[in-house]
Design a protein around this ligand. Sequence first.
Ligand SMILES: Cc1cc2nc3c(=O)[nH]c(=O)nc-3n(C[C@H](O)[C@H](O)[C@H](O)COP(=O)(O)O)c2cc1C
Length: 321
Amino acid sequence: MTKLSLGPFQGITDAPFRNVFKQHFGGIDKYYTPFFTGIQKDHAKNLQTEEIDPSCNDVETLTPQILSTDAEEILRFATQCKQLGYKAINLNMGCPFPRVANKKRGSGLLPYPEKVNEIFGRVFESIDVDFSVKCRLGYFNPDEIFPMIEVFNRYPLSELIIHPRIGKQLYKGEADLEKFKEIMPLIKAPLVYNGDIVSVESFVRINKSLNCDTSTGSVDEFMLGRGLLANPFLAEEIKGIEAQGDKKTRLHAYAIALYENRLRHAGGSPKVLGRMKELWSYMMNSFDDPQNIWRKIKKINALKDYKNAVEEIFREMDIVI
Ligand SMILES: Cc1cc2nc3c(=O)[nH]c(=O)nc-3n(C[C@H](O)[C@H](O)[C@H](O)COP(=O)(O)O)c2cc1C
């Protein structure tokens, strides 16, 4: 059975998003938090927020993610996540942004297999939750993945999620399916594919391509990203879950519920607008005139104007999903 997860998006897939999404749409089996950093103490402040609080999250289906190259920090994070009831943590080795990668963090760690070996050696001495990795093929070069796989294979990773681009590419070009297929048979950990699944058609194409020759391994777990932010019905559609009710009505209810939920949790902070705009920069693609949607969303400057703009969009515009 195909399993689907939702990739983490810093600034978008926060706890209110995950909870509202789950109430409105089906098809996603697993979630990941956007990455945490700066776990300097045993009772870290940023692990005392609703983002990870078990009363606001489902510890069975959510995996907290950390961006770090410090084994002690990773272990501190693991211990605190375990105390909160989580069963697994995930290490971000995929973030491509220069501010992160230039410090040999995120995908910037991929050219340094020996450094990763040192970190994992220490982490696996004492970690007592599942430990998974999300990475790219490399930072400068997609062949960086080969020595890194040798390191990954020395440790009992609970899963390895690979987005087959390199860090330097950011999100340009296409996910490299051929390279992903080449590395599939080399990887011991349960493998998850992530990248460019934007429609049922692209899912079918990628799934067929990866699973056409089972003698070289198979993949039955896929992480969705921008495709699901644009079309929140995507996981239901991929799984063939029968559509419930009118799509436009459901999308409208979701856009309002998420806004209201975020507003409640942020105590009315205008920061909520920024987060909603970021989501709309993807969701606009579900409408027949995305640029027009974006013009309407971009010009909202005050919280009081958000709902009116959304009402207008759903009254006047057609969806294409
Ligand atoms: C704005 C933005 C924020 C992201 N934040 C994270 C993050 O916190 N952790 C992570 O592992 N990946 C992060 N990603 C990467 C996505 O989870 C995903 O791997 C990427 O978009 C590729 O999948 P897709 O082609 O299906 O979108 C982010 C991507 C974007 C565009």
